[in-house]
Write a protein that binds this ligand. Sequence first.
Ligand code: EPU
Length: 428
Amino acid sequence: MENFVINGGHELFGEVNISGAKNAAVAIIPAAILADDVVRIENIPQISDVQLIIEILDRMGAKIKLINKDTIEIDTSCIRYQSVPYELTSHFRASYYLIGAMLGRFKKAEVAMPGGCNFGVRPIDQHIKGFEMLGADVDVVNGMVCTKAEKLVGTSIYMDVVSVGATMNVMLAAVLARGLTVIENAAKEPHIVDLANFLNSMGADVRGAGTDVIKIRGVEKMHGCTYSIIPDQIEAGTYMVAAAACGGDVLVKNVIPKHLESISAKLEEAGAEIIEYDDAVRVTRFKPLTKCNVKTMPHPGFPTDMQPQMAVLLAIAKGTSILSESVWDNRFQYVGQLSRMGANIQVDGKVAVIEGVEHLTGVKVKATDLRAGAAMIIAGMVAEGTTTVENIHYVDRGYEDVVAKFGSLGADIQRVEAEEAVSAQSAG
Ligand code: EPU
């Protein structure tokens, strides 16, 4: 087992390159099943969620060719229909995209209920509603989602909640359905647009992605393509918040600044300066941080996946900030860890009241989920002394080369075996 050991107190300077978007990649890779052909996907992030989805396609018989570090070719013409067991789906949420993709191509799917980060009940009722409205029968039997359809027929589907996963899954199932599917109250995240662009590159007819009404006209057949995944909004946001929290001057490269506006706005309010370039943002912060209120919202609001990282920054900002979570029921599990580092945070339901403190102090903390893990890294970098972060497999799910990237900015962070971490912590 490995931990991160971080010696805090260094400002960050330099440039960091952002990888492809996790939450786009984990939908786009299974979407290749729909092509029944060879698809080349570029800008794939090197993270464990992506490795898992590639492994599942490999086991299903797809031919996978690694072209270079971040480009693969997937030939899905040789894929065999089969059920996907829990051993393969338990570690990541996005395994549910296999349901939409297989239903679209084979008109049937059997996929174990997905795992993923635990922040409250994570129902998939809207996915199921969408598949049923397209004409599929769906049963959940012994933890497996089993669905099949004689044929899928386009229809109008109103999503009762704005759901990224349900919007993308229904898109996957609908591209090869007969006629027109209209998704109303659709999610608008950048990865929804990316999936639509990918599907269209494979011959689908998807319009309106990025708005709350997406129209999908079914096509007979799809085909191979070459496609490059968008940069990861949340990885970029994480480095931006880290730069603002630690202080310094960081150029965050290979990003789409438009996707980062809600994050930039809050960082500016808290005392950082942000300069936008065509495909980069520069974050500088040399004056003290001040409080600001943040409420997470579906895109284009402030992303829930940036909430824990922002909490760290607010924990050391002068004044009292209110941080409200409006997407997930229970996304403050990491607060106990931050409190052990000296943060003053009171949580009441979906609201955290954060009283800024002078400094945090390094201790041993746990990553309670992926973004909480990123938050613990930032906390370790701003804290006095040595912080050990346990459960770092969560971080590996969504951040490529996090040690090398933060290290190149001047952070003192290492990945070490657990026993070495114990001695580093007691020495620090
Ligand atoms: N919801 C339902 N029914 C459904 C689906 C969702 O009630 O059928 C509710 C959820 O309980 C939640 C809200 O709708 O309260 C939003 O959930 P959504 O479906 O949008 O989330 P998701 O698709 O499961 C993706 C990301 C998450 C990110 C959310 C919100 C992936 C693989 N995961 O999850 O990312 O927090 O959208 O933006 O795309 C992460 O990357 O760390 C992460 C957790």
